[in-house]
Design a protein around this ligand. Structure first.
Ligand SMILES: Nc1ncnc2c1ncn2[C@@H]1O[C@H](COP(=O)(O)OP(=O)(O)O)[C@@H](O)[C@H]1O
Ligand SMILES: [Mg+2]
Length: 244
């Protein structure tokens, strides 16, 4: 049994069959690229895994548990973190606050509960260090950081939930070339720490640089599931567009 096992997962929106029997697995510490054209079903699949959508039929098992009927909170508690393309960061707040957004540790001062800012900064700093992220200071406003740095903040935030699997939606799509390499390093670092990654990306060079396997979707079905070492970019493109 793998860390994540999907078996014959189907999801319909009324008459639209967005997922038509998806089966694949992800092992612990493995990076799997999820590829496919617009409308292939990638986002629907990720939202089904994270509990935002309820599957129509099929099975999703994660770390030995059946995720059927579980909501986003329960699934996150089991160790799946999703980093959305818009990153969901608060641009007007600093790095440290963003890493603990919505669950800031508190301390009591004269019997009143206040946000423990020193502790937030200390722990945020430790998280940035652990990741090897290049962020100038945890006191920097997130809105003033580059796209790659914001991506690191989102990954650091995900790490505070101690995930076993991190799903990233197009993490390099909006980045300058020299920032892409840093984000790919962060993906490698997650793998080194035994964390599995599902990387949704259109950039095949990125996929081939960090992923172990590719899974390609077309019209809601898996059309390829191959080890990176045993395939080529041309073969993958042919699967995505339906020429193979
Ligand atoms: N909430 C929804 N309601 C109805 N149809 C949807 C919904 N979400 C996605 N779809 C449809 O499901 C299919 C797959 O979409 P999506 O998962 O967003 O693809 P991708 O992320 O690969 O571009 C498309 O036909 C899309 O129109
Ligand atoms: Mg999508």
């Amino acid at each position: 049994m793998s860390l994540l096992d999907l078996v014959d997962v189907r999801k319909s929106f009324g008459p639209v069959e967005a997922l038509r029997g998806v089966t694949f697995s992800v092992d612990a510490g493995e990076a799997v690229a999820l590829l496919g054209d617009n409308g292939a079903g990638k986002s629907t699949l990720m939202k089904t895994i994270t509990g935002i959508h309820r599957l129509t039929s099929g099975t999703i098992r994660f770390a030995g548990a059946d995720l059927a009927g579980q909501g986003p909170g329960e699934i996150r508690a089991r160790g799946i973190e999703m980093i959305y393309q818009d990153l969901a960061l608060a641009r007007q707040q600093d790095v440290a606050s963003n890493i603990f957004l919505g669950r800031e540790p508190t301390r009591r001062v004269f019997g009143i509960s206040v946000i423990d800012k020193p502790r937030i900064e200390r722990e945020a700093e430790a998280m940035i260090q652990r990741l090897g992220a290049r962020v100038p200071s945890v006191r920097y406003l997130v809105g003033n950081l580059s796209g790659g740095q914001q991506q690191s903040v989102a990954i650091a935030r995900a790490l505070t939930f101690s995930p076993k699997l991190v799903i990233m939606d197009e993490p390099t799509a909006a980045l300058a070339v020299r920032e892409v390499e840093h984000v790919l390093d962060l993906v490698r670092e997650l793998k080194r720490q035994g964390i599995a990654v599902i990387l949704i990306s259109h950039r095949l060079t990125d996929v081939f640089a960090v992923c172990d396997r590719v899974v390609a979707l077309r019209q809601g079905q898996v059309v390829a599931d191959e080890a990176i070492a045993e395939t080529s970019m041309n073969a993958v493109v042919a699967h995505i567009v339906g020429a193979a």
